[in-house]
Design a protein around this ligand. Sequence first.
Ligand code: XLS
Ligand code: NI
Ligand code: NI
Length: 433
Amino acid sequence: MTDFFKNIPTIKYEGVGTKNEFAFRHYNPDEVVMGKRMEEHLRFAVAYWHSFAWPGGDPFGGQTFERPWFGDTMALAKMKADVAFEMFDILGTPFYAFHDADARPEGATFAESLRNLEEIVDYLGVKQESHKAKLLWGTANLFSHRRWMSGAATNPDPEVYAYAAATVKSCLDATMKLGGANYVLWGGREGYETLLNTDLAQERAHAGRFLQSVVEYKHKIGFKGAILIEPKPQEPSKHQYDYDVATVYGFLKDFGLEKEVQVNIEQGHAILAGHSFEHEIALAAALGIFGSIDMNRNDYQSGWDTDQFPNNHAEKAVAFYEIIRAGGYTTGGTNFDAKIRRQSLDPEDLILAHVGGMDTCARAFKAAAALFEADALEAKRRERYAGWQGAEAKAMLKQPLEDVAASVLAKNINPKPRSGRQERLENLWNDYI
Ligand code: XLS
Ligand code: NI
Ligand code: NI
């Protein structure tokens, strides 16, 4: 036991009337909604990097947090893991997620980094046995160290490609050993700063081959989890090749991977790409590649990925509605890829940020589930497309263009426009929020 969270109680559900800051108002893990416990629906995960590795810097200033586990030794890495699992226990979160670089000190060579990773993975494995939290996903940090500055799999230097392959292999091995439900690839530097020095076609081909080899390796070792790509349009690169869900789908098709790889969709990334979170989820579901989400919120003015904790349940309800329509998570979950602000120095801030985020999601989820179960919106949607249920309409989709054209003359077709009823549907939403 460390004393980092001393005097902070385990968070319990007390309901909306409570004045206790250290309690859930909406998240009751055991409450059954749509035939399943909330905990199993939401599958919350804590992100190791924001809560335990990030020092509180921004582009104008460095470290603001002083944590007793900051430093480069294995002993400190283990203290970090101890504190992390204490936080998972306090929150009751069933999952966590981490990059290699969050959990182990960087070695002087790849071999040393690998040894450090293996040692911390063994340590995390022992922790998992005596605590509730399990691994939602593992991933490799292929963006922080200076070796990645010109990309990882898309680096012009073949040695960096090799180093990236070795790193991802080690992180897939680690994820498999810890029983991870997924493995995530986010291509932070898989893109370019300027086209003036970039062979875009070659870089894209390397990214495709790299991903194929990751999938091949997954099958070789028998990893049963899902491989997930996390789309993001830019930041840190000027342009990232995994721009958004639609771009990733085209990329997967190109390399024959659309049945092998799904997406991990992040709210802030959707906003940066000029989409809504719910659009990205709905599109991924429509394409059969919805996997998991990184839950956070972006500042709508700043133009970068601010990774704030969600606190607007009405906004998140629309996203959860799309997840429910998609059939919910299978291997995926709700990972808080969110960090407290750099002035939020106290251990309490770390806990209460997650409490608020979990409550926001639970409230959003319950509203979305109630609307879905009432079938109010879906009934209207079905009604809108009802014309396509007729045999003639279905047959038309098989006909050549000229036959469809001829039917307009033969039957004197003269369509009558109908209201899309947007405002009425928006009002309907408000009844549930
Ligand atoms: C950064 C990404 C990152 C991934 C994991 O913007 O969201 O945190 O989720 O590498
Ligand atoms: Ni993310
Ligand atoms: Ni992000």
